[in-house]
Design a protein around this ligand. Structure first.
Ligand code: ADP
Ligand code: ASP
Ligand code: MG
Length: 413
């Protein structure tokens, strides 16, 4: 007898019929002799709609405020709470025992970084007691509570994190991530129609792809899966095809030089000009930004003749509201003389593969393909297993298709 944790994303529980189909899948796993725990997302576009609504409410009398983060989480946590109850009802209607729990009800405790909280602990006893008695347990994804009982959410796509965290604490045999595509593809199939489904991919490659824009899995969830060695099987909730397994790297994975390509849209370049050029400045800038829970990338520092430096970096557009006050304060305190600037029309196209460690010529091939398509590369960053180019946002989709073709990713090697 095994233990399976399944997660159904928003599109897989978008209406009553789909909730029944998901319930049927959970029941089938139970009938096959497993203990089954199910994580669900909010129905369809619920989370997006709630975010829009908060934006409308916070625009008042000609003024606009950023929605207070604690209240945002209070609001967003409602989405998943609807789905857990409906999913448990669907299972009852199909003749099975099921019980739903919110994050708080299973003691899923997080820090207090509202809207991007990190999981600290889960009290698995309550779930295990139910599983042992043969009940299917339904858990609200994406949400937790602080030690003082405030609702928190785990960042967009955070139900993935709930899935993997439960998989880790319950020592699940597998985490099944049910979504609206057949698995992980060589690129987003919505943008690159010729993208090919990958059978197996390493945690490290998936970590890079997620961080570089493959939103099918949240980066933090993959980090967690790697740390606790939890295998994830990404599958389509609409069919029974074998999906993609995300697993520890095996020696034969190195033969594939490039496994996939990804695109991140909506990046903003922040430029701090004329900050003093002395030790500790970069540390100061980036520690303040990190404290605000904002991830930065593509950092470039140039030293000028007049003993000042310019520091530029990119952030996601969604972080713009939060980063402006932090950057303004740092520049003021460092005695900078020029106001920071924000350039909003950027994207990043990347290729990822563990085989890059032992193969040369990847960067050159990528740059040549982009050059032939007259796409200007504004900045380049690399790691052992990825190459990224910052480009104009308007070139994004085309660039993804071009690098996908340049490495012939549509055809299995
Ligand atoms: P869910 O609601 O099930 O969590 P998401 O919309 O968050 O689903 O993620 C699934 C989507 O991720 C797919 O529809 C696809 O467009 C997108 N995606 C981006 N990159 C990839 C990739 N490399 N492989 C598969 N899907 C991808
Ligand atoms: N409902 C949340 C979101 O849309 C969490 C998730 O679906 O994973 O981001
Ligand atoms: Mg998702």
């Amino acid at each position: 007898m095994g233990l399976i944790v399944q997660k159904f994303g928003g599109t897989s529980v978008a209406n009553a019929e789909k909730i029944h189909l998901a319930a049927r899948r959970a029941a089938a796993a139970k009938a096959a002799g497993n203990q089954v725990c199910v994580v669900v997302s909010a129905m369809g576009a619920t989370t997006d709609n709630l975010i829009d609504l908060a934006g409308k409410i916070c625009s008042f009398n000609g003024k606009e405020i950023a929605p207070p983060k604690r209240e945002m989480d209070q609001l967003l946590a409602t989405g998943e709470q609807v789905t857990i109850a409906l999913m448990a009802m669907a299972l009852h209607a199909q003749g099975h025992d099921a019980i739903s729990f919110t994050g708080g009800q299973i003691g899923l405790v997080t820090d207090d970084a509202f809207t991007k909280a990190r999981i600290q602990s889960i009290n698995k006893q309550r779930i295990q007691d139910q599983l042992k008695s043969g009940t299917i347990v339904i858990v609200a994804g994406f949400q937790g509570v602080t030690p003082d009982g405030h609702y928190t959410t785990l960042g967009r796509g955070g139900s993935n994190a709930t899935l993997v965290a439960l998989g880790a604490v319950l020592k699940a045999d597998v985490c099944e991530n049910y979504t609206d595509v057949d698995g992980i593809y060589t690129a987003d199939p919505r943008i690159v129609p010729s993208a090919r489904k990958i059978d197996r991919i390493s945690y490290d490659e998936m970590l890079e792809l997620s961080g570089l824009g493959a939103s099918v899995l949240q980066t933090r969830a993959v980090e967690f899966a790697k740390k606790y060695d939890v295998p994830i099987h990404v599958r389509n909730s609409g069919n029974d095809h074998e999906g993609t397994w995300i697993v520890a790297e095996t020696p034969n994975m190195e033969h594939i030089v490039v496994s996939g390509a990804a695109l991140k849209k909506d990046l903003v370049r922040v430029a701090l000009k004329a900050v003093p050029d002395k030790p500790g400045v970069a540390a100061r800038i980036f520690s303040d930004i990190a404290q605000a829970n904002i991830v930065v990338d593509d950092i470039i520092q140039n030293v000028m003749d007049d003993k000042t430096a310019s520091v530029t970096f990119t952030v996601e557009h969604g972080d713009l509201h939060d980063i402006k006050p932090v950057v303004d304060r740092v520049v003021r305190e460092l005695g900078g003389t020029v106001s920071p600037t924000y350039q909003s029309d950027l994207a990043k196209v990347s290729v990822v593969g563990v085989g890059m460690r032992s193969h040369t010529g990847v960067a050159q091939r990528m740059f040549k393909a982009l050059a032939e398509a007259k796409i200007n590369i504004q900045n380049i960053t690399t790691s052992e297993i990825k190459i990224s180019c910052i480009i104009a946002k308007e070139d994004g989709n085309r660039a993804l298709q071009i690098v996908h073709d340049a490495f012939d990713l549509a055809h299995a090697k």
